[in-house]
Design a protein around this ligand. Structure first.
Ligand code: SF4
Length: 292
C-alpha cells in the first residue's frame, strides 16, 4: 500500500460535521514558502518506498491563494504523487479540474458527509454542498479521461453518530460520482458501535457489489466479524496510523483500532474478543512480515 506523508497547508480543518464540531475555527493558511519547505523536508528524508508521496492537508486547498504555485513547487521539489484533500466543489468551476491535473495533481480525496443532500448539506452547514461535491467529482472524472492521465479520485466519509445511517447511501453516491475507493473513518469516539456496525457492513457491501472497495478505519476487529479485510489501517501498517490500545482483552490489541480516534476503552468494554482472535492476530503478524 502506498504511503503518503501529510503536510498541512494551514491551521483549521476541511469539511467536517458541524454538529460534532459546532465551533469550527476559521482557517488560517500558511504561506506557500512554508508549505514547500515542509514538502522539501519530506522529499529529502523519503524512506525509500515508492514515492515521495505527499498529501496536502488542512483547510480546503482551493481557498488557498497560492495553490497553483504550491502544487507546481511540490512537483518541482520531487514529489512523485501529490494528493489533495478537498470538498470537491471547486472542480465544478470551469478550468479547476484541468488546471489541477496540468499542474501535476494525480490523487484527489473528496470528503462526503452523507449520500444525500439532506444529510451532507445539513452536516456540512449549508445548502448546495452535496450537489457541488458530486458535480465537481464528475467534472474531475471527465477531465482525467480527456487528459488521458493516470489519476485517481477517492472519497473519505468521516463517520459520526449523525451520518452513520447514511453510510450505504454515501458509498452509493461515491460510486455514482466515479470514486475508485471509499474510506470510512470513524471520527466519533463516543459512537454506539453496536448500532453502527450494521450500517458499516452495509456500506462495505454496497461498495463490493458495485466494484468499489471500501476501507474502514478506527473500528476494532470484534465489532465487524467477517469484515476484517475491510479494516484498513488495522491490518496494514499505514503512514500516520497509531494503533490504539483500546481494551487489552485479546491478542489483537496491538493491531486494533488504527484510526485517528477509534473507540474509547469505555465503549469497547461492551464487546468481547472475536472468535479465533489468536489466529487472526498471527495472520496480521505474518502480513506485516512477522513484526509485531
Ligand atoms: S477485544 Fe479488544 S483487542 Fe480484541 S478485537 Fe476487540 S477491541 Fe480489539
Amino acid at each position: 500500500m502506498l504511503v503518503f506523508e501529510r503536510v498541512a497547508i494551514g491551521s483549521g480543518h476541511g469539511i467536517r460535521c458541524t454538529r460534532c464540531h459546532p465551533d469550527n475555527e476559521s482557517p488560517v493558511y500558511h504561506p506557500a514558502a512554508q508549505v514547500l519547505a515542509a514538502v522539501q523536508a519530506v522529499v529529502d528524508t523519503w524512506h525509500g518506498g515508492p514515492g515521495p508521496n505527499v498529501t496536502l492537508t488542512g483547510p480546503e486547498p482551493f481557498a488557498h491563494p497560492e495553490l497553483p504555485g504550491m502544487v507546481a513547487g511540490a512537483i518541482d521539489a520531487g514529489v512523485h504523487r501529490l494528493r489533495l484533500e478537498v470538498d470537491g466543489g471547486a472542480f465544478a468551476r470551469p478550468g479547476n479540474a484541468e488546471g489541477a491535473l496540468g499542474a501535476g495533481v494525480r490523487h484527489v480525496q473528496v470528503t462526503l458527509l452523507g449520500g444525500t443532500e439532506g444529510v451532507h448539506d445539513a452536516l456540512a452547514g449549508g445548502p448546495g454542498a452535496f450537489d457541488a461535491a458530486t458535480t465537481g467529482m464528475a467534472a474531475l472524472d471527465d477531465a482525467i479521461r480527456t487528459a488521458g492521465v493516470a489519476a485517481i479520485v477517492t472519497v473519505l466519509v468521516p463517520v459520526c453518530r449523525h451520518n452513520v445511517a447514511d453510510l450505504p447511501a454515501a458509498v452509493g453516491a461515491a460510486v455514482q460520482a466515479g470514486a475508485a475507493s471509499v474510506l470510512l473513518r470513524l471520527e466519533d469516539g463516543g459512537i454506539d458501535l453496536e448500532a453502527a456496525a450494521p450500517w458499516i457492513t452495509a456500506a462495505c457491501d454496497t461498495g463490493v457489489v458495485n466494484g468499489v472497495w471500501v476501507e474502514v478505519e478506527g473500528v476494532p476487529f470484534c465489532v465487524l466479524p467477517a469484515y476484517d479485510l475491510h479494516l484498513a489501517s488495522t491490518v496494514r501498517a499505514t503512514g500516520g496510523a497509531k494503533p490504539a490500545a483500546v481494551c487489552h482483552a485479546c491478542p489483537l490489541d496491538r493491531v486494533c483500532s488504527g484510526g485517528p480516534e477509534g473507540a474509547s476503552a469505555e465503549t469497547m468494554s461492551a464487546f468481547a474478543p472475536p472468535a479465533g482472535a489468536e489466529r487472526l492476530a498471527q495472520a496480521v503478524s505474518r502480513s506485516r512480515g512477522g513484526a509485531r
